[in-house]
Design a binder for this molecule. Structure first.
Ligand SMILES: NC(=O)N[C@@H](O)C(=O)O
Ligand code: NI
Length: 158
């Protein structure tokens, strides 16, 4: 199967999570009016455990990219915020009776993050073309919070 990567939109991503990017208008001004607070773009879901903040320093992939490994975190959400200047690839898939359905590949613009809600099938982190660092907020603690599945490779094209 081949799928074409498409620009991410809040509406199309809404089934899977939220976009982490400033809104059209700030929630409020803070710091004596010098700073816009774009508040609560997403919430950190966790079932037990605690929310942690990590940095993922990842090698890149390039398009066309054969995606064969999907995963989900049933006990917590997972947010990725790029620390570098490049666009990146976010692959998600609907749940189809406990298995991933047809994946969807989104191109996320430079500087924009995403929050994946708990239990959402996704491809592991995929910077595009250049290695990149991401700030990651997710859940650590007891229980199995990583379910991986190998699928028939899906070729993701530009
Ligand atoms: N396994 C891990 O920490 N990373 C994945 O969850 C990922 O989505 O990249
Ligand atoms: Ni993950």
């Amino acid at each position: 199967m081949t799928i074409k990567a498409k620009p991410i939109t809040a509406a199309e991503f809404a089934l899977y999570g939220e976009l982490l990017t400033p809104r059209d208008a700030p929630t409020k001004m803070i710091n004596a009016g010098r700073c816009e607070r774009h508040n609560a773009l997403a919430t950190v879901e966790r079932f037990g455990g605690e929310a942690i903040i990590s940095i993922f320093r990842s090698d890149p992939v390039s398009l066309p990219y054969d995606c064969a490994l999907l995963e989900r975190h049933p006990l917590g959400s997972q947010a990725f915020v790029p620390l570098g200047p490049d666009p990146w690839l976010s692959v998600v898939a609907p749940d189809d009776g406990g298995k991933p359905g047809t994946p969807i590949a989104f191109i996320v613009p430079a500087g924009m993050g995403v929050n994946l809600r708990a239990g959402v099938w996704h491809g592991v982190l995929t910077p595009l073309d250049r290695a990149a660092d991401f700030l990651v907020v997710d859940r650590a603690g007891d229980g199995v919070n990583l379910e991986e599945i190998t699928i028939a490779p899906v070729t993701i094209t530009a």
